[in-house]
Design a protein around this ligand. Structure first.
Ligand code: HEM
Length: 533
């Protein structure tokens, strides 16, 4: 009896000791370290809203967001969207200026909406010496894995070098026929809908789906039908992650919604397996037919591949001899990265453009005129797209007013000094692109007006008073690698839409730009479409 009692006591003591160690470790990670960081940042001269354990400022952010949505009329359309999409930042900026500290759970973030601070902060830091916030890397692991968006240091250099050649103008132009095909299919569908008496179409949904098809074809060489499974799972994962990620930075937040967390993990695994199959089929194809050939339609196997994956595999073949290859696992992560980084951003740039063109029909006329002068009435020829200058101004103006990527993020891998402030090593940095794009001091009193002509004489910066004030594709060495692909897709899809339809506002449109990774119209974009023929 005594033996059992002693055994029980020993087990109890051992468990209590383990629990105590776990508790101390958790307290150290989630309480002591953040408090030390907080003191250091305060001592270094940063101010900001007071954080509360364990949510940091998330409680206040949610409250401000709810208050804002309940007090705002959705029928008022304004381009002054910073306080709509980020009401908490808009209010904190008034109190603490353009640089301050806020907290997501137990993670401090330096908020930056000052281009001069950004210039000084990034002046001496090369692309490979920037980190990405660990908290986002963990949360978005099923989406990006160790793909280019998240990978760091020498690995980032290796990935960027391996991927850059896939985005040469010649390769991108070769993808343009896939874009024309997918967009034309969407427009045929619109024509049938309008002819069947349904002139109002939610163009956001349509364009996101077409851009998904385009990226599936340009990234992995899959047609929509054959890639449907990958495509649908990727979309499902994005929505699952963003439903479960509302408490990013809060300790153990994933345990608050275990179902969604597990679903995202399961989807992540399934997607990885599907992509692995595609990649090994592709690699083996270059070695000749084998058992994988059965899994993919012959027509697709025989088609001359011009997609990013095959370009990467070819590049790998050359680099393999130089010891600079991407592993199969890394290729899977890059394929997912292209999908997530590439399709929604481009789709939203087109979507917001259609809203602004519906509000400004005079620009529809100007662009149609330009299309007829530059492209003519025949097929869209990718070599002529650079001649669509006005369309370029419109694209820039839309990316300024409704930047699909509303922020850029970094993590300091070493202490950075900016004037008399020190950003300690390990600090997360949140660059508020939307705020800078709507800053009167940078753009003038007409900052919230749709004026593509501001890019006429200054096509890179649109007359912005600071070179770091216009950042639709980010900055420095980590600037978007897909920006030329996005521009080609934007110009092709918009050209095709404008030559077949004119659009006007629908009374059912509710103006509610909000964030789900990208900046999107949260209630869709119904427009009235009229065929031009
Ligand atoms: C209008 C469309 C697009 C916008 C607005 C956009 C915007 C951005 C932004 C703001 C960044 C972060 C840059 C930084 O942190 O400084 C980024 C990075 C990236 N984008 Fe895009 N993007 C677009 C289209 C695309 C496309 C079509 C692809 C690929 C198919 C792509 C792939 C990437 C990748 C891989 C990165 C990570 C680059 C790195 O860290 O080295 N993007 N993009």
């Amino acid at each position: 009896m005594e033996f059992y009692l002693q055994l029980f006591l020993s087990i109890f003591m051992a468990m209590a000791a383990i629990l105590f160690i776990i508790f101390c470790r958790a307290a150290y990670i989630f309480w002591v370290l953040p408090n030390l960081a907080y003191r250091k940042l305060k001592a270094n001269g940063f101010s900001g809203p007071t954080p509360y354990f364990p949510l940091g400022n998330i409680g206040e952010m949610k409250k401000k967001k709810m208050l804002n949505s309940s007090s705002r009329s959705l029928s008022t359309i304004t381009n002054d969207i910073h306080s709509i999409a980020f009401p908490y930042f808009a209010q904190w900026k008034k109190l603490h200026g353009n640089v301050f500290i806020y907290w997501l759970g137990t993670e401090p973030f330096v908020y930056v909406a000052d281009p001069e601070f950004l210039r000084k902060m990034s002046a001496g830091v090369m692309g490979k010496r920037w980190g990405k916030p660990t908290v986002f890397k963990n949360d978005r692991e099923p989406m990006f894995g160790n793909g280019l968006v998240m990978v760091e240091s020498d690995d980032w250099v290796r990935h960027r070098h391996a991927i850059t050649p896939a985005f040469t103008p010649a390769n991108l132009k070769a993808m343009s026929s896939l874009m024309v095909e997918s967009a034309s299919k969407m427009l045929d569908r619109w024509t049938s809908l309008v002819r069947s008496g349904k002139p109002e179409i939610d163009v956001e949904k349509e364009i996101i789906s077409t851009a998904g098809e385009i990226i599936a074809r340009t990234s992995f060489g899959l047609s929509y039908e054959n890639g449907r499974e990958v495509f649908e799972k990727l979309r499902a994962m994005q929505f699952t992650l963003f439903e479960s990620n509302r408490y990013v930075g809060v300790p153990f937040s994933k345990l608050m919604c275990p179902k969604l967390t597990l679903k995202a993990k399961r989807l992540g695994k399934e997607i990885d397996n599907l992509l692995l199959e595609i990649i090994s089929a592709r690699s083996s194809k270059s070695r000749g037919p084998d058992k994988h050939d059965k899994q993919f339609p012959r027509q697709e196997q025989q088609q001359q591949q011009q997609d990013l994956l095959s370009l990467l595999l070819a590049e790998n073949h050359v680099n393999g001899r130089l010891g600079k290859t991407l592993t199969t696992r890394e290729l899977v992560d890059e394929s997912k990265t292209f999908f997530f980084a590439g399709h929604e951003t481009t789709a939203l740039a087109i979507t917001w453009t259609l809203l602004l063109l519906a509000m400004h029909p005079e620009w529809q006329i100007q662009l149609r005129q330009e299309i007829s002068e530059v492209i003519g009435n025949g097929n869209v020829d990718a070599t002529k797209l650079a001649g669509l200058k006005k369309m370029g101004w419109v694209m820039n103006e839309v990316l300024r007013l409704y930047s699909p990527a509303p922020n850029a993020q970094r993590q300091a891998r070493e202490a950075i000094e900016v004037d008399n402030l020190v950003i300690p090593r390990g600090t997360n940095i949140w660059i508020d692109v939307v705020s800078m794009h709507h800053d009167k001091n940078l753009w003038g009193e007409d900052v919230n007006e749709f004026k593509p002509e501001r890019f006429k004489d200054d096509h890179l910066y649109g007359g912005c008073k600071h070179k770091m004030g216009f950042l639709p594709f980010g900055f420095g060495g980590r600037m978007c690698i897909g920006r030329n692909l996005a521009t080609i897709e934007y110009k092709i899809v918009l050209t095709l839409i404008l030559t077949r339809f004119s659009m006007s506002m629908s009374p059912n449109y509710c103006h509610s730009p909000s964030i789900l990774l990208s900046l999107r119209p949260s209630q869709g974009l119904p427009l009235i479409l009229t065929p031009l023929d």
